[in-house]
Unconditional design. Structure first.
Length: 304
């Protein structure tokens, strides 16, 4: 059995840790309320933008546009992934789930470029051999739409230059305070298969699919004024920026929710350990007292 001094030191150490985790939980709770409000306000626009642009392209026929034609490139395609994680740890599996999601999709590190938003994703995927393009970690301190525009310009430039052929975004969907789901969403370019899949997608933030509805009758093609290439050249970058901003807001709410839950679990575990150490300390103290009494009685008997 450990000595009373060792038990007391360990108990004090765990008590100090418990105070820290409790304070971090309170801070995350306050941040979560603000982030949750922003996520709920932006989610309808986020979903409608995805649904609308997909519907437009589904009705547009063949369009000669770099954002769309690059999906028809023959051979191995080079992927660009916007990976959104946090700058700090102590958030349970929040960061590791995103890293595992990217790795599990079979992207070849030699043909994949990562646009990291958050230091944890940058460090984790760099160790896996992926190529990093830029560092947008400061964005996670307070995501703004201007930050999404900056990221979108970088990714769009690489897409137009041919450095990458496909654009994905990996982020964490905020469902509620205790549930956050990692998601990988392809945002450009659109192939016929992607358009069909998108048309069947309902709530993209929750990842739940709508029931597929059989289409009947002819569909009219989309008419553009001015020309479709000019119109889509303006709409698609705005579409990308909107999806990036929506993902940033969702990820911020998910991060604070995950950290609050992790700190709550850590505090509960610390309190349980403190209770167990209290029992061990009392037992050790009782044993010490009993031993002293035994020695006193034995000494008195020896004198007699």
């Amino acid at each position: 059995m450990a000595s009373m001094r060792d038990i007391k030191r360990r108990r004090e150490s765990i008590t100090n840790t418990s105070q820290i985790t409790k304070a971090m939980k309170l801070v995350s709770t306050v941040k979560l309320q603000k982030a949750k409000t922003r996520a709920e306000e932006s989610k309808p626009y986020f979903e409608k933008m995805y649904e609308t642009v997909s519907g437009m392209l589904a009705k547009s026929g063949n369009i000669n546009l770099p954002y769309l034609s690059s999906g028809e490139k023959e051979g191995k395609k080079k992927a660009g992934i916007i990976v959104i994680t946090s700058n700090r740890g102590l958030a349970g599996g929040y960061n590791s789930n995103i890293i595992k999601l990217v790795k599990s999709q079979g992207f070849d590190p030699a043909d994949t470029t990562i646009y990291p938003v958050g230091r944890k994703g940058l460090e984790g995927l760099r160790r896996q051999g992926y190529t990093m393009e830029g560092d947008f970690s400061e964005v996670m301190n307070k995501p703004l739409f201007g930050d999404a525009v900056s990221i979108g310009k970088t990714v769009t430039g690489d897409l137009e230059s041919g450095r990458i052929d496909e654009v994905y975004i990996a982020y964490t969907v905020f469902k509620n305070t205790v549930t956050q789901t990692p998601r990988l969403l392809k945002i450009l370019p659109f192939t016929e298969e992607d358009l069909k899949e998108n048309s069947d997608l309902g709530d993209i933030s929750s990842g739940e699919d709508r029931e597929k509805k059989e289409s009947s009758g002819a569909k009219a093609l989309m008419n553009y004024e001015p020309e479709e290439e000019e119109t889509l050249s303006y709409i698609i970058p705005m579409y990308m920026n909107s999806l990036i901003f929506g993902a940033l807001v969702e990820a911020m709410a998910s991060e604070n929710g995950a950290r609050m839950q992790a700190m709550d679990n850590a505090t509960s575990n610390a309190e349980e350990m403190i209770d167990k150490l209290g029992l061990q300390y009392n037992r050790a103290r009782q044993a010490a007292i009993t031993q002293e009494l035994t020695e006193i009685v034995a000494g008195a008997n020896a004198i007699e």
